[in-house]
Structures are given as C-alpha cells and as structure tokens.
Design a protein around this ligand. Structure first.
Ligand code: COA
Length: 162
C-alpha cells in the first residue's frame, strides 16, 4: 500500500539515493554533480518552509518523493511554483508518482499558490504522460537549453492551474 506523508530531514539519505541516478546516469536532472545527503536535507528543510516536500512509502520504505519550489525570484511570480517528482527506478508504474502529485498539488494550493510548472528534459515519455494525466498542459519547449552527457538537451514545460 502506498502511504504519502510530509518529509522530514531524516528522509534525506533515502531521497538522495532515489535522486542520485537521475543526476549521474541521465539528463532527467540538469544537475551535473550529485548534491549529497546534507544538501538534500537542506533542500527538504527549505521546501517544507516555503512549499512542500512529500514522500511516498511502500510497505514502510520511501520509494519516491515530490516537492514544490520557487518558479522565479521576482515578486510577481510568488503565486507560481515548480514541481518535481522522482520514483525509485525499480518501483515505476505502480501509482506512486500519481499518489504523490494527488497530495502535492492540493497542499500547494493550500499555500495560496496558483500555478504549478514542470520542466521536463526530453525525451521523457513517462514524465510527460504523468503530467498530462495530472491535468498539466504543454506550454512550449526550450530548445538546446542545457548541455549534459555530450549533447544539447531540450526542456518541455508543462503547467497546471491549482
Ligand atoms: C515520471 C515518474 C515520476 C512517473 O512515476 P510513476 O510512479 O511510475 O507513475 P504512476 O505509476 O503514478 O503513473 C501515473 C500515470 O502516469 C502515466 N505514466 C507513468 N509512467 C508512464 C509510462 N512509462 N508510459 C506511459 N504512461 C506513463 C500513466 O498515465 C499512469 O497512469 P496508469 O498507470 O493508470 O496508466 C517516474 O517514471 C520517474 O520517477 N521517472 C524518472 C524521474 C523523472 O522523470 N521525474 C520527472 C522529472 S520532470
């Protein structure tokens, strides 16, 4: 059974473990170096204050997480946020991503956020399908906006009003 709860900094090692392969072995994350557990703990603490950071447990073990973060810094953007979701590579397509978003999006709305944005490095059919299934609409594609693993990378942006 999938259980969703708010994260604590104690979840940092497990969240880092889930996130690491998306940094080191793919362009899903545009980070070039794995941030480490301490930095993950800082990110969780910051997200809990400003937005939300949720984890999904399967039989008591954290198998995925989703979080909100600032979209842009300038003041008028304060009602918008970015969202991200990562599921353990061995636990895909069991409803974990959907369960996380079903909890995350209302919790962001409760914080008076109005619009959620997701930047998806292409190709990523699973992420596009999840975001579409959760009511996100395509906004457009930033072409060659990043360079990772020896090639230019495009990012498709999706948005949903909360
Ligand atoms: C994208 C990701 C978060 C999806 O999580 P998940 O737990 O596997 O997704 P779910 O099982 O909750 O799927 C929910 C819906 O999304 C869609 N979906 C998810 N994965 C899909 C896939 N591989 N192919 C087609 N549709 C998919 C389906 O509509 C699915 O509903 P259904 O199973 O009832 O048909 C997961 O694949 C992942 O962690 N990928 C790597 C990290 C990543 O890309 N994160 C997003 C960064 S923008």
């Amino acid at each position: 059974m999938i259980a969703i709860r708010s994260a604590t900094v104690a979840d940092a090692p497990r969240c880092a473990e889930i996130y690491a392969p998306f940094v080191t072995d793919s362009w899903v994350s545009f980070e070039l170096e794995f941030p480490g557990t301490e930095e993950m703990a800082d990110r969780i603490a910051k997200a809990l204050q400003s937005h939300a950071w949720l984890v999904a447990e399967l039989d008591g073990v954290v198998m995925g997480y989703a979080c909100g973060s600032e979209h842009r810094t300038r003041g008028a953007y304060r009602t918008s946020c970015d969202v991200a979701v990562y599921v353990d590579a061995r636990q895909k397509r069991q409803g974990i991503g959907r369960s996380l978003y079903e909890a995350l999006l209302p919790s962001l709305k409760d914080r008076d956020l109005h619009a959620a944005f997701a930047g998806i490095a292409l190709p990523n059919d699973a992420s596009i399908a999840l975001h579409r299934a959760m009511g996100f609409d395509p906004v457009g594609i930033y072409r060659q906006v990043g360079w990772k693993m020896g090639d230019w990378r495009d990012v498709a942006w999706f948005q949903r009003l909360l």
